[in-house]
Design a protein around this ligand. Structure first.
Ligand code: AHR
Length: 324
């Protein structure tokens, strides 16, 4: 029996046999000088993902991590295989941004069964199938529903016309930010009868697909005057499509979005975009802090919530140098 299994058994015993039988105890994390840490990135096709991976690499030395970072290249199946490989390599702890809510659940459960404490970062899984405090330690991330709601509230307050014809560019189908950002926005915008969402389609959080989807939707809905994109990359793609079609983003179409990338802040400064609600990718330091608290035996809150700012014409220039 290795040390991890022994520790797991000891923790389960201290919680009582009933807990063990019900599988309620989380794998403990032994205090060590260095940790073998797994970070399973889902893709690296946008500045947000690149900034998140860099944040883990930048944190590694200061947090005494031997970091194993993988890139699933946009495939949930590869992300599951990447986690498998990390388990086989004997990682002490796993940080996982699950690409989609359901396909990564077996990976979470497998890490749990192998006695590896797992922290979901930035995205979560279907709460009906895997739970914090049971299957994984905690979720570290933003309130995506609130992000969508804040974009809708800003749109309601700042849209000048009598009738808002909205096209929504959704993120990756089946991902927690796409599900929640849609819900937050749709529920809040429904409160103002000036607005109608005439189309809502996935652009997979990617700039190029966002541009292509916007080109198609523009043909079907030439009267669109509001574009809500679930992330900045798709918003920038939409701006390109609008300009190609002779439209004037910022003048005849209000473009609103989420993330806070450098290109989005520049588009706000240039008057082409109205707002972006922040969704920070800089998870490395938070991951280090929460992992150390866990290793010290602290009980971790199930949702370690990240607070997000909002960027508009009022403050985009002030913050662009810290953007990615
Ligand atoms: O999970 C967060 C989202 O994923 C970011 O908004 C997006 O840009 C990224 O791909």
């Amino acid at each position: 029996m290795n040390r991890r299994i022994l520790l797991l058994a000891a923790t389960a015993l201290s919680l009582g046999a009933g807990s063990l039988a019900m599988g309620q105890s989380l794998p403990p994390l032994e205090k060590k000088d260095r940790y073998k840490v797994g970070f399973s990135q889902m893709e690296s096709n946008n500045p947000w993902r690149i900034a998140e991976t860099k944040s883990f690499h930048d944190t590694a030395e200061a947090c005494n991590w031997d970091l194993i970072a993988t890139d699933a290249a946009g495939s949930a199946a590869k992300q599951v295989a990447d986690v498998d490989s990390m388990i086989a390599q004997g990682i002490d702890v796993l940080f996982l941004p699950p690409r989609e809510e359901k396909p990564l659940i077996p990976a979470v459960k497998k890490a749990r069964a192998a006695g590896i404490p797992t922290f979901l970062v930035d995205r979560s899984v279907d709460p009906a199938a895997a739970k914090p405090g049971v299957d994984f330690v905690a979720f570290l991330g933003s309130d995506f529903i609130d992000q969508g709601r804040r974009v809708a509230d800003w749109t309601i307050a700042n849209f000048k016309g009598d009738k808002g014809v909205i096209v929504q560019l959704e993120g990756t189908t089946g991902s927690s930010p796409a599900n929640d950002r849609k819900k937050g926005f749709d529920d809040a915008i429904a409160a103002d009868s000036r607005f109608e969402i005439v189309a809502s389609q996935s652009g997979d959080f990617a700039r190029d697909l966002g541009r292509q989807v916007m080109e198609t939707l523009l043909q079907a809905h030439p009267d669109v005057n509001v574009v809500y994109a679930h992330n900045d990359e798709m918003a920038i793609g939409a701006i390109q499509a609008l300009e190609l079609a002779g439209r004037k983003p910022g003048e005849d179409v209000l473009v609103v979005s989420i993330d806070g990338t450098r290109d989005a802040l520049q588009a706000i400064i240039d008057g082409k975009m109205g707002v972006t609600v922040e969704s920070s990718p800089f998870f490395g330091p938070l991951a280090c802090e929460v992992m150390n608290r866990y290793a010290n035996g602290e009980e971790i809150e199930h949702w370690v919530q990240v607070q997000d700012r909002i960027f508009t014409q009022d403050n985009a220039a002030k913050h662009i140098d810290e953007a990615y």
